[in-house]
Design a protein around this ligand. Structure first.
Ligand code: BV8
Length: 242
């Protein structure tokens, strides 16, 4: 078995509760640009400049053009072998939760069921006046920025920088991370908080933490095992070994 999986696979075989934290890297092989890697730029903007309430207040049309562009990329993408391996893992362990920072809906399209979305979802929009959400906006959008039937602006139902995460999702993620026996941390640069605190939370609860990434990250020195490789290659190898 490659990637040294045989040295720790018994931890996974014996695990009752398994959690996974994913970031943009798991969707990279589906052709979806990551946030901070190459391709993480749109026109001349960086994601951090557009994924903010201030950018939306200043120019809702520009922010919606960026989200519409990303919705188009994701709509044309397919889940990859990494997403599919997590669907199989969910079926193979007694208790499972997939905690994702991604807003691309690819885990759900792959068939994952217990998915906790920390940062919302590209395909859901929210009325800025009523707070109601809908998932039926056309792709591509026919009007930019889109407005609610009540006349108020619609916004993407995602968490922007400086905004709090959904309380329910964050609470569930923190509780299940702490209770897990094994946590996989896949394809995240581990720089965005509070999501990036979840691996430490899992370790504090006694979890065996396995990182899967093509580069080292700030948590590489604190996890139990870090596997240098692509999620689309490593995760299927883990399932083969299980
Ligand atoms: C909050 C949704 C409380 C939108 C995103 C000052 C003021 C206010 C807040 C802060 C502040 N300073 C710091 C903060 C906190 C801030 C933060 O952490 N900033 C960082 C940048 C320093 N956090 C927040 O603002 C959060 N809210 O704290 O609320 C609060 C409230 C008010 C005031 C203060 C505090 C909200 C954070 C959520 C922001 N929304 N997305 C959208 O998507 O449009 S975050 C965005 O980054 C995405 O969700 C993304 O998922 C997330 C993390 O990025 P990654 O997923 O890790 O992706 P990245 O590109 O970075 O890395 C990809 C990785 O994959 C790399 O490591 C690469 O090596 C690897 N990889 C590549 N290919 C592969 C691979 N791995 C495996 N296989 C491959 N093939």
């Amino acid at each position: 078995m490659e990637f040294g999986i045989e040295t720790w696979i018994d931890r996974l075989r014996d695990a009752r509760r398994v959690t996974v934290l994913t970031g943009a890297g798991i969707s990279a092989e589906s052709g979806v640009p990551t946030f901070r890697g190459e391709g993480g730029l749109w026109r001349t903007y960086r994601a951090e400049e557009l994924a903010t309430p201030e950018a939306f207040a200043r120019d809702p049309g520009l922010v919606w053009e960026w989200y519409d562009y990303r919705r188009g990329i994701v709509a044309g993408a397919e889940p990859n072998a990494g997403h599919r391996a997590l669907v199989e893992l969910e079926a193979r362990v007694p208790s499972f939760l997939l905690i994702t920072q991604n807003v691309d809906n690819l885990h759900q399209r792959a068939g994952s069921r217990a998915v906790c979305e920390l940062h919302g979802n590209l395909f859901r929009s929210r009325c800025t006046a009523e707070g109601t959400t809908r998932d039926d906006l056309p792709n591509p959008l026919v009007e930019i920025p889109p407005v609610c039937t009540c006349g108020a602006l619609l916004r993407p139902d995602v968490v922007w920088f400086g905004e709090s995460l959904p309380v329910e999702a964050l609470t569930t993620a923190g509780r299940e991370a702490y209770r897990s026996d094994v946590m996989f941390v896949v394809g995240t640069s581990a720089v965005v908080y509070p999501a990036a605190a979840l691996p430490e939370r899992a370790a504090a609860g006694g979890a065996f933490v396995v990182e899967v990434n093509v580069t080292r990250t700030p948590i590489s020195s604190v996890v139990d095992v870090t596997i240098p490789g692509s999620a689309a290659a490593v995760l299927p190898a883990v399932l083969d070994a299980l």
